[in-house]
Design a protein around this ligand. Structure first.
Ligand SMILES: [Zn+2]
Length: 431
């Protein structure tokens, strides 16, 4: 807890969204130490005003609202522009695109082609200098973003992913040996989360923490900060495809911060999009449940059928204080769903209308926006922000000869045990 005799060394403190206690940040804390129900910590910045460093291009432009020490001059950020192509077809005159990925003509330089690069950059910027091994569980994109960022910054990390995520691990160069990738051949994202959690309990390993890491959320929050700078107001609707919903929670946190800074009154309505038949967040919201329902077998079966497998977290931070349920409620938001064919057609249409390939998750968001327009769920003249969470992967592959990453170990779900945990630790030189 804050010690009044000791000034904070960082330009922010952490505040618990449940009990309100405030803490100095050591760069690693993920939870409020008080004994209460799960609740997210939030950053409280000394500078409550919105004051970007206008001479910086990347996300460190927003460093006053990032929980980081130091800067990374080569970091990228979200490109925001007014859409005439998709906006024209949908007859939405105030549709804005927040593009995250690789699209050099638009100044988009995220080399792992998704907005996960924003969070990796901020999480690493938050870490104190130490010899811990950062442990990351991912369905693919987050792991790729961390692998590339850790490799470039020489930060030791262990990345655990299901096999189907490995295809996203293709980079402009070879990874530094400080990055160790472990693949679960027959596993899904939650299996990776479970194994990473077990390894993180060993000394020397540090869980990256997912949604609980304020670095992740405030890194993703820069999507909305970039949008605010470009549009000069908050959008009325914010469309994003969600797996865990971390990006959506972060968007609302950013909107609240901007509202306080600019004396604005309206928060964007979060419109959260999922890919049928894997829709645990939408199902819980529509049925007014406080947590997603379903067996692991049901979810595994649904995962096999979806186009956007990066959206397949069946343990999203839905019920935690400050989590998805609270964010949907506070923003007067809603959930939308779409099928595989519609999402694929939407991605094709985006390429034709806007001129860049997009990831399956972004295709889901475009299809859900189309559906919302068709059903009259949004006013035609409303300011709408569509988060294209990933794109330009094919563009990147045309530009560079990409190097596939080699996993250091392959495992099967059937044989995961305490011994496996120690084998994985030994791979990183610790056991
Ligand atoms: Zn607390």
């Amino acid at each position: 807890m804050n010690d009044a005799r000791k000034p904070s060394l960082r330009h922010y403190t952490l505040k618990c969204s449940y009990c309100g206690c405030q803490y100095d940040d050591d760069g690693m804390i993920l939870d409020c130490p008080a004994d209460h129900e799960p609740a997210l910590l939030r950053t409280q910045y000394a500078d409550r005003g919105f004051h970007p460093f206008t001479d910086r291009n990347g996300i460190f432009r927003y460093q006053r609202w990032l929980p980081v020490i130091g800067t990374q001059p080569d970091a990228g950020r979200t490109t925001v522009y007014h859409s005439s192509g998709l906006g024209g077809i949908l007859r939405l005159p105030n549709l804005w695109i927040a593009f995250n990925g690789f699209w050099p003509e638009r100044g988009a330089t995220l080399e792992t082609a998704t907005f996960k690069e924003l969070e990796a950059c901020t999480v690493l910027g938050r870490l104190p200098v130490s010899d811990v091994i950062l442990t990351v569980a991912s369905s693919g994109n987050t792991g790729a973003a961390f692998a590339w960022a850790c490799s470039r910054q020489q930060v030791s990390c262990l990345i655990i992913i299901p096999e189907k995520g490995l295809r996203r691990f293709r980079f402009r160069g070879s990874l530094d040996p400080c990055v160790k990738i472990v693949v679960i051949d027959d596993g899904d994202y939650p299996d990776a989360i479970e194994l990473a959690a077990a390894v993180s309990r060993l000394p020397a390993f540090l869980s990256e923490g997912g949604v609980k890491n304020v670095g992740r959320r405030d890194g993703l929050a820069t999507v909305l900060l970039s949008a605010f700078e470009e549009i000069r107001q908050l959008p009325l609707y914010y469309f994003q495809a969600v797996g865990s919903g971390t990006g959506a929670i972060a968007a609302l946190e950013a909107a609240k911060r901007l509202r306080n800074a600019m004396n604005d009154t309206v928060l964007p309505r979060l419109m959260l999009c999922q890919n049928l038949p894997f829709t645990p967040i939408s199902d819980a919201w529509r049925m007014n449940l406080r947590s997603p329902q379903g067996s692991a077998d049901d979810f595994r079966n649904a995962i096999k059928q979806v186009y956007a497998d990066e959206l397949t977290n069946w343990m999203p931070p839905y019920a935690a204080r400050g989590g998805v349920y609270d964010s949907l409620t506070e923003s007067n938001g809603d959930t939308l769903v779409t099928g595989n064919v519609a999402a694929q057609l939407a991605a094709d249409a985006f390429l034709e209308l806007e001129g860049i390939d997009i990831e399956p998750a972004a295709g889901v968001a475009v299809a859900c926006l189309q559906g919302a327009v068709a059903e009259g769920l949004v006013e035609r003249d409303a300011v709408i922000l569509l988060n294209i969470t990933g794109g330009g992967r094919q563009r990147l592959a045309r530009e560079y000869s990409l190097v596939p990453a080699e996993p250091k170990m392959r495992l099967s779900c059937k044989f995961l045990s305490e011994d496996t945990v120690h084998q994985v630790a030994a791979l990183c030189g610790r056991s």
